[in-house]
Design a protein around this ligand. Structure first.
Ligand code: FHN
Length: 409
């Protein structure tokens, strides 16, 4: 299934928030540090997201030019950000707040599409069988790891919670399941589609929210594929069928808030990654990890504000745009919306830029210091050129978007 809103939005916000945010050192902290349930409980007991402001979050996403937001309803630690009837391991029990309710209301007030993330993995549930990714995988007594655990009971819990999310919060536009891993390490079993009853879960989604887009991480085909922390090198085509895809990227290398992470991506790099995705008919889902109090880190706010200014200037080259069948110059990418071609230059041209495909008009051009173009074959001063079909018919116009300025040499 395709949804026009998704194909047009091109740009969304991913939000990883939960108990791990208070640990401030990775959303897998319980796993990486082999924390026992008792050791990890301290983050539940102290969970107080007094600065979690869903309205401000929605407005920040909108100001950054994003068309949708995706919030972790439950991550692998099993902690639920909504008022689930199936467990007391929730934000309502911990701090009296249904954060999913606050989130969906705020998004709709800003006219944004509602996305939910839901972990298939659950290290808190007593029936989720211990596997290669489980915090308890190193327990000394192997047979006790799974003593009494019944994956069928966990499946029932999983389906029940998905039903809660898809029946209590109105229309949901997008669901990001996470994740299936059939191959275990060290001989350990992983979790395949059969462990989730993936077909049954997808059928439940179709029954309850027929318009909702579902990702590929149930381990079966659904509506879109999800390259993670890398950029495809071409439009994704499987068996001759162009795929709807969305690259999920962190703003700084971490999904959950990580106090000591300083691998911050610049707004220029993120704009280039976004243009790169759109040039291949893809979306970009950019993640932020609010801290334990629910506040967006100032360093993330600053990057999002700069990215929002770039989107204010170049929105027309991103929203509703997609792949252009012209070979782009080596310094950048093309995106195309209707009959308008946009050139995104990621680096200053080494010399004349060969704008291939603009037959008969702009074929070579030189970018001057003031951002204007010295064209060898067309004199249109407004940085416009006519797109020509191979047969020589005018096909549209080229607008050059210069997201970078020449470094002062
Ligand atoms: O293990 C998770 C990880 O913590 C994060 O949520 C990412 C986001 O796409 N998904 C899994 C790793 O692929």
């Amino acid at each position: 299934m395709r949804q026009q809103w998704f194909d047009e939005a091109r740009f969304g916000m991913f939000v990883h928030f939960g108990l791990y945010s208070g640990a401030a050192r990775h959303e897998w902290v319980q796993n990486y540090e082999r924390l026992t349930a008792e050791e990890y409980r301290v983050y539940f007991d102290h969970f107080d997201p007094d600065l979690f402001d869903a309205v401000a979050l929605a407005r920040r996403a909108k100001a950054t030019g994003m068309g949708y937001v995706v919030l972790t309803t439950k991550h692998h630690d099993g902690f639920c950000l909504w008022d689930s009837a199936l467990t007391d391991y929730t934000s309502v029990t911990a701090c009296g707040r249904d954060l999913v309710r606050e989130y969906v209301d705020a998004l709709r007030a800003e006219g944004l599409r509602v996305g939910l993330y839901h972990s298939l993995i659950d290290w808190h549930h007593p029936d989720f069988t211990v596997d290669a990714n489980h915090p308890r995988r190193d327990d000394a007594v192997e047979h006790e790891r799974n003593a009494g655990r019944d994956m069928a009971r966990y499946r029932s819990y999983l389906h029940g919670q998905v039903r809660e999310l898809l029946t209590r919060y109105g229309d949901i536009d997008y669901l990001f399941f996470d994740f299936t891993y059939p191959e275990g390490s060290g001989g350990w079993a992983g979790k395949g589609p059969q462990d989730w009853d993936a077909d049954g879960l997808l059928a439940l989604c179709r029954e309850l929210q027929p318009q909702m887009l579902v990702n590929d991480r149930l381990g079966i085909a659904a509506d879109f594929v999800t390259p993670e922390q890398y950029q495809p090198t071409a439009p994704i085509v499987v068996d001759g069928v162009p795929q709807v895809w969305e690259a999920c990227q962190t703003i700084n290398g971490s999904w959950g808030y990580h106090r000591d992470n300083h691998d911050q991506k610049s707004a220029v790099l993120l704009a280039q990654m976004l243009a790169d995705s759109v040039s291949m008919d893809g979306n970009m889902l950019l993640n932020i990890g609010p801290d334990g109090r629910g506040s967006i880190a100032p360093r993330d706010e600053a990057v999002l504000a700069e990215l929002g200014e770039w989107m204010r200037l170049h929105r027309s080259a991103i929203v509703g745009a997609g792949h252009a069948a012209y070979p782009a110059p080596r310094e950048g990418v093309y995106t195309r919306r209707g009959d308008r071609l946009y050139l995104h230059l990621f680096s200053w041209p080494l010399g004349y830029v060969h704008l291939e495909g603009l037959a008969g008009r702009v074929s070579y051009a030189r970018l001057l210091n003031d951002g204007s173009w010295l064209k060898t074959s067309v004199t249109d001063p407004e940085q416009q050129a006519t797109l020509m079909t191979p047969a020589g018919e005018a096909e549209g116009t080229l607008t050059v978007h210069l997201p970078v300025r020449r470094p002062d040499v």
